[in-house]
Design a protein around this ligand. Structure first.
Ligand code: NAD
Length: 553
């Protein structure tokens, strides 16, 4: 087992010695152990004689990384490094964040989830299965970390756009927590990835001899809810300061679990709330270009799932902050799903769509809805590639001087339109963002660098703010504050080239500022479990872990 020891790092006497130290990824320095450390920690002879610096080790990792032929090989290379030496891993990732984000997270992590049982090398994180019901607290106590502050948990049912990945979904909590550390400096020894294995409906895995999860159909209903409840209660007992982030649960569970737990424990769902905040930030940035107010926008969504309804809910709460009533705000958000415009007269609408079902005649498709409602923004969260057709974008450009067009579906192959289509068909008028990155494109001699509405701009900073203030709950106000802060950090130079999000190279600074805004909400709302210091930024920065070697001797 490669679970790190989480022992104090200062006193050499308390450290594991010899090979045990080299096999502890949180403490291991590899060839960077100094002569003195090698002598007093039982390492002499266990390492080649030359002592390398962290920078030299980074160069070696990058040499190997560049020689890999495929993204999946690059993923395996990085995850293996993480299992050996976390300091070096985070140093490498932090210095190459734009390049490595698509490797350690979407889209490559999706491939890794699909091949989990075949790629498996070492376990990472905690696997809580249906068989463990009744003893979940005991499992949590087996985890070597003493002071867990951020947990990401999935049941693997709706992994990215790839559906049910069963126990292979563990790649997602592992990857997300890597981003918490790389982007916001959450101490890796205080993170815990969790897989709730309740079975899978994926026939391929059920018949695969190398599949590593329970070989049974998913447990559903009250028994499923009871396992989730046992897990959440056990976290409260064993890690009372931990934030629990729900990730990639199927619609039917995600909405219900969030509603059930958000006011009881410290939790949020990134697929809904993180997505909502990053999208709202994009709209705020776009409004810096149009000079208009949020409450005057009419927003039409294609797709009424977790992302769409999550974004709609946060936009409503932000419009209310600008003085609109909830009813007025909801009337400014419209949804088209696979059956056309979501309107009151439609029968059998899912619970989460009802609040956005307006009194209006039905519209069979997106183009009709655009022509009828005259939206200022269209937001694609439908997983339907090319649904923003040329007529749709031309209509938006006829109706608006600067149409806001966000094609957020992932991966790139599912985007509702490409950057080139958005800028080209709108004659360069579109304010565009996408879920997956697009390369810069040239339209009529102008170069456009579009923004990626990546949740990574939001969740690490929110988590850091919650950790620093020890907030009891995560509220919509925190996500709204995160969105406003993110938009405020977009530079005029970014906006000039069409980019409505800051460069990812600034992500630690962005996360720290978001954390300050989130902590301020916690202090104001009386949700913080620490007193508000005079300098909140200092509090946040002091909670940020930096990848550098500690001296053991
Ligand atoms: P989901 O499965 O919960 O929802 C998808 C919705 O699309 C459903 O309401 C479905 O009815 C609707 N839909 C399906 N076919 C349609 C059609 N032909 N026309 C109109 N609507 C149709 O998924 P989700 O979590 O809401 O995610 C949706 C997409 O958004 C995914 O591709 C996901 O990758 C992307 N996403 C992007 C970001 C981001 O950019 N930051 C964040 C979250 C999700």
């Amino acid at each position: 087992m490669n679970q790190p020891s989480r022992r104090p790092r200062s006193a050499a006497a308390k450290l594991p010695h010899g090979a045990a130290l080299l096999h502890d990824p949180l403490l291991n320095k590899g060839t960077a152990f100094t002569e003195a450390e090698r002598a007093s920690l039982g390492l002499r002879g266990l390492l080649p004689p030359h002592v390398h610096t962290l920078e030299e080790q980074v160069a070696r990792v990058m040499d190997n990384y560049r020689n890999k032929q495929t993204d999946l090989e690059r993923y395996i290379h990085l995850v293996s490094l993480q299992d050996r030496n976390e300091t070096l891993f985070y140093k490498v990732v932090g210095e190459h964040i734009e390049e490595m984000m698509p490797i350690i997270y979407t889209p490559t992590v999706g491939q890794a989830c699909q091949q989990w049982g075949h790629l498996f090398r070492r376990p990472r994180g905690l696997y809580v299965s249906w068989k463990d019901r009744g003893s979940v607290a005991g499992l949590l106590r087996n985890w070597p970390g003493q002071d867990v502050r951020v947990i990401v948990v999935t049941d693997g049912e709706r992994i990215l756009g790839l559906g049910d990945q069963g126990v292979g979904g563990m790649g997602i909590p592992v990857g997300k927590l890597s981003l918490y550390t790389a982007c916001a400096g959450i101490d890796p020894s205080r993170t815990l990835p969790v897989m709730l294995d309740v079975g899978t409906e994926n026939e391929g895995y059920l018949g695969d001899p190398l599949y590593m999860g329970l070989r049974q159909r998913r447990i559903r209903g009250p028994e499923y809810d009871a396992l989730v409840a046992e897990f959440i209660t056990a976290v409260g007992e064993v890690f009372p300061s931990a934030l629990i982030q729900f990730e990639d649960f199927a619609n039917l569970n995600a909405f219900r679990l969030l509603a059930q737990w958000r006011d009881k424990v410290c939790t949020f769902n990134d697929d809904m709330q993180g997505t909502a905040a990053v999208t709202l930030a994009g709209i705020y940035s776009a409004l810096r270009l149009t000079g208009k107010k949020l409450r005057d926008q009419t927003i039409l969504f294609l797709g009424a799932g977790e992302a769409g309804v999550g974004i709609g809910d946060l936009i409503v709460s932000a419009m209310v902050d600008e003085g609109a009533t909830v009813e007025e705000a909801r009337r400014r958000c419209w949804f088209v799903d696979s059956h056309g415009l979501v309107v009151k007269s439609r029968e059998g609408l899912a619970e989460h769509k009802l609040r956005f079902a307006h009194d209006a005649p039905p519209a069979p498709d997106l183009l009709t809805a655009v022509e009828t409602l005259e939206p200022t923004a269209i937001i694609g969260v439908s997983t339907i590639a090319r649904a923003f057709s040329r007529p749709v974008i031309e209509a938006m450009s006829r109706l608006n001087a600067r149409p806001i067009i966000f094609a957020l579906s992932n991966p790139t192959s599912k985007a509702e339109c490409t950057a080139e289509e958005a800028y080209g068909w709108s004659n360069g008028k579109a304010i565009f963002a996408s879920g997956s990155p697009f390369p810069p494109c040239v339209v009529k001699g102008t170069t456009f660098v579009s923004g990626q509405g990546n949740n990574v701009y939001i969740f690490p900073g929110v988590g850091l703010g919650v950790v620093a203030s020890q907030a009891r709950h995560v509220t919509d106000q925190m996500f709204a504050a995160a969105a406003r802060t993110l938009a405020s950090l977009v530079l005029p130079a970014d906006l000039e080239m069409g980019r409505i999000y800051p460069s990812l190279t600034r992500i630690r600074e962005v996360s720290a500022q978001i954390a300050v805004a989130v902590a301020e909400v916690a202090f104001k709302a009386g949700l913080a479990r620490v007193a508000r210091p005079a300098d909140v930024l200092k509090l946040v920065e002091s909670a940020m872990w930096t990848p550098r070697y500690r001296e053991y001797v």
